[in-house]
Design a binder for this molecule. Structure first.
Ligand code: FHN
Length: 463
């Protein structure tokens, strides 16, 4: 057969494969099947964002870690109702004095934006069952149940849209206040349900979620509290179908279903798509490796607690926070960093300072985080790498966390031995480099002893 014919046949085959791969149907958990192209389009902004701000704020913020003689010493001040075994009626009274006169939605959103966050996830209703939005089917909310009487979640949503930040909401399936749910003997973790009242609660929850999607415009539903034994994977699939009927572009985390294996946040290897949810949710940890083809986001506290705790002064350093963000991006994941505002509605100054420092770093190096994909190399003891494909080729971002021995660093062969075309400090001057063995042995870069940034200095190598 003539060469020309082979070429034509080859082109037809490749285009067919290309169409097939972009139209491959992916199961987004059992509740949905969408083409790879449609799934990638739905996840695009979230993958590009890489960095979000988590906000834990509720009646627990008023207690700030203290209840009578009980103190929350480490982590989880938002669990005080359970830890201190506070009876529902007594806990509900907190709403009568919850009056966040210092709440400033514009300031909260600007704090996130200035830090380089592209989205905010706000606790609309945590385990305590109190809603910081105007719940249509409950008076146990900030509008009807407190002297403040204003819809804080609506204010945040409006400010996000004004400032160009994606608005997302956390919602707890477990609800310690709703009468359908019971406290077992060990009051530590109320996880039971009165079977004949389960549907009543599911309907109650669905109305909240309808509001969050339709009235508040949430772009991500960040579920939690799914571990209760009365919530099933089948319940999750039903809920996902309900939600995607309201907004087919909605992104839903994997805590809507039963796939998550504890704090590592993933289902068992290879089973992610057997369970509901668009992304994995490691918590307070950075996975050793990402999972190819699996979206994930780690959520991390800035001290040790999600909800405000006036006794918690164990703040992470600016360096740790920036390097955790870089580590997550280098493994193809997102970084959701938490703030716990006070009962007055103010983000603690220690959080604001750290977020501002992260913003200073992001203003110079953000291109090495946003829209990047994971590190192609097995080991990078000197720092991390992120990758960004673009029209003109591919950029490899080399993140240097500290000095490099004898001022030289060999970057392994990349893209199958491609030749580096240029190298420069992000936000700075060109970097001297030598292509080794036409790229087959990698690229040697010359690194001065004095680095431009004490936390993470980034070199962009173009291929
Ligand atoms: O119990 C919650 C906890 O209070 C907090 O909201 C974290 C953040 O993701 N999630 C659960 C613990 O895994």
């Amino acid at each position: 057969m003539r060469r020309f014919t082979w070429v034509v046949l080859g082109a037809i085959l490749l285009s067919g494969l290309a169409i097939y791969s972009s139209n491959t149907v992916v199961a987004q958990g059992p509740a949905r099947q969408e083409t790879r192209e449609a799934h990638d389009a739905r996840m695009a902004w979230w993958r590009d964002a890489r960095f979000g701000m988590f906000v834990h704020w509720g009646l627990y913020s008023e207690l700030a870690g203290d209840w009578k003689e009980y103190k929350v010493n480490q982590g989880g001040a938002e669990w005080i109702m359970s830890y201190a075994n506070i009876p529902r009626d007594e806990y509900r009274q907190l709403a009568q004095t919850f009056n966040p006169t210092g709440f400033d939605a514009a300031a909260w959103v600007a704090t996130a934006k200035n830090a380089g966050c592209k989205y905010i996830v706000v606790t609309s209703k945590h385990h305590e069952g109190f809603s910081i939005f105007d719940a249509s089917n409950s008076k146990y909310d900030i509008v009807d149940g407190t002297p403040y009487q204003k819809d804080t979640l609506a204010a945040i949503a409006d400010e996000c849209r004004k400032q160009g930040i994606h608005f997302c909401t956390y919602y707890s399936i477990m609800d310690w206040d709703h009468p359908s749910q019971t406290k077992p003997d060990n009051a530590y973790n109320p996880t039971g349900v009165i079977a004949e009242r389960k549907q009543e609660y599911v309907d109650y929850m669905k109305e909240h979620l309808r509001q969050l999607v339709q009235d508040y415009g949430t772009e991500v539903l960040w579920f939690d509290g799914e571990w209760v034994d009365w919530w099933t994977e089948e319940d999750a699939q039903d809920l996902c179908r309900f939600l995607w009927d309201l907004n087919p572009n909605l992104i839903i985390n994997n805590r809507v279903g039963k796939g998550r294996r504890g704090m590592n946040g993933f289902a068992d290897e290879g089973k992610d798509q057997e369970y509901s949810g668009d992304f994995g949710t490691p918590e307070q940890e950075l996975p050793a490796m990402g999972r190819p083809g699996v979206d994930w986001e780690t959520c991390i506290t800035m001290n040790t607690t999600w909800g405000f705790n006036k006794n918690d002064h164990q703040w992470k350093s600016r360096e740790t926070l920036v390097r955790q963000l870089v580590d997550a991006a280098s493994k193809g994941g997102n970084y959701l960093l938490n703030v716990g505002p006070t009962a007055a509605g103010e983000i603690p100054p220690e959080s604001i300072e750290r977020l501002a420092a992260m913003g200073d770093w992001m203003k110079i190096y953000g291109e090495s985080i946003y829209g990047t994909t994971s590190n192609p190399f097995p080991e990078t003891p000197w720092g991390r790498c992120t990758v960004k494909a673009h029209d003109g080729g591919t950029t490899l971002y080399v993140h240097l966390f500290g000095r490099v021995e004898d001022g030289k660093l060999v970057i392994p062969a990349f893209l199958g031995g491609a030749m580096a075309k240029s190298a420069k400090w992000v936000g700075g001057d060109a970097v001297e480099f030598t292509v080794l063995d036409a790229g087959k042995s990698g690229t040697e870069i010359i690194v001065p002893t004095e680095l431009p940034n004490t936390i993470d200095s980034v070199i962009a190598i173009e291929y």
